[in-house]
Write a protein that binds this ligand. Structure first.
Ligand SMILES: C[S@@+](CC[C@H](N)C(=O)[O-])C[C@H]1O[C@@H](n2cnc3c(N)ncnc32)[C@H](O)[C@@H]1O
Length: 281
């Protein structure tokens, strides 16, 4: 009950603060109703008479307060994606093509390089099927694709788009607690999902066990750096059940052969390539 109340308060402060930050006095004026002599109306009129920069600064402070409250009662990951699933396809070009075009081009190159003819693909945290869309768009010769994700609404979108494709299946599971589908998979991929895992190396290990000898993992994830921006993001991300993945965690992934970093507005993206030797270990 207390958590729900804190969440509601946090969301209210965050949204109200952001609107005041963006629209300044114009936003405050929307609340000018009731009798002019009432205390409420006088308070609103007074705020609306302040210089715009003061109203916007107040909005920024209120939004920060909202985030601080939400850190005490973080949103549940499933609830977050249940809420955004309907608009996810519309917003994802933002961070794919506009924020990190080079990282995504490198990801596409890795798919081309590592997917063998008729290969079996496992996509961890597959969301609405954005990575399957890449495979199809690039006409890559996959034999079977399995997408796994925690959130029903994301999976529903994916199934609506690709459920009828031959060799394609989507399954609901929790990467943290559930076993992964039985392999072996020739290629295991994941984009923008490892940041939701408290112990990413543990999930990388589980995936490694389902990887075919000679197979690869291609993982694109948000990595932590020492910059102030990265620290700020890492302060905010727990609000949506996420954190930037630490270099130490990436080093604990089995079989890492390369880590490339790409800078962008949300900090560094790391493209991690994992290879399992062709002879079983
Ligand atoms: C930012 S979206 C990325 C989706 C997709 N990979 C893409 O690049 O568009 C993160 C996805 O990870 C999923 N996810 C988060 N935590 C998860 C978990 N513990 N197990 C399975 N999926 C998870 C969410 O439901 C969401 O669909």
């Amino acid at each position: 009950m207390k958590t729900k109340l804190l969440r509601a308060l946090g969301i209210y402060f965050l949204i109200d603060g952001l609107l005041a930050l963006l629209f300044g006095r114009g936003y405050v004026r929307l609340f000018r109703f009731g009798s002019r002599s009432s205390r409420y109306r006088q308070a609103i009129d007074w705020i609306a008479s302040l210089p715009g920069w003061k109203v916007r600064s107040g909005g920024a402070a209120e939004a920060a307060l909202g985030l601080a409250v939400l850190r005490q009662a973080p949103l549940d990951v499933q609830t977050v994606y249940q809420t955004v699933a309907g608009v996810y396809t519309a917003i994802d070009p933002g961070y794919r093509q506009w924020f990190y075009p080079q990282a995504h081009q490198a990801f596409d190159r890795a798919l081309r390089q590592y997917l063998p003819e008729g290969g079996r693909v496992l996509d961890l945290g597959s969301g609405v099927g954005a990575n399957l869309a890449r495979l199809i768009l690039m006409n890559l010769p996959f034999g079977a694709y399995t997408g796994v994700d925690l959130t029903k609404a994301m999976l529903a979108q994916a199934r609506a788009r690709y459920g009828n494709w031959s060799g394609v299946q989507f399954r609901q599971l929790n990467l943290i607690t559930d076993p992964l589908p039985d392999g072996p998979f020739d290629l295991i991929i994941s984009t923008w999902a490892f940041e939701h895992l408290p112990n990413p190396a543990h999930v990388a290990q589980k995936a490694w066990e389902q990887l075919a000898p000679g197979g690869q993992m291609v993982l694109l994830l948000e990595a932590k750096t020492d910059s102030w921006w990265s620290r700020l993001l890492n302060w905010v991300y727990p609000v949506i059940g996420a954190h930037l993945v630490r270099e130490d965690d990436i080093r604990r992934f089995p079989g890492v052969v390369s880590v490339e970093r790409y800078a962008g507005p949300l900090g560094d993206l790391a493209l991690v390539i994992v290879e399992k030797p062709a002879t079983s270990m």
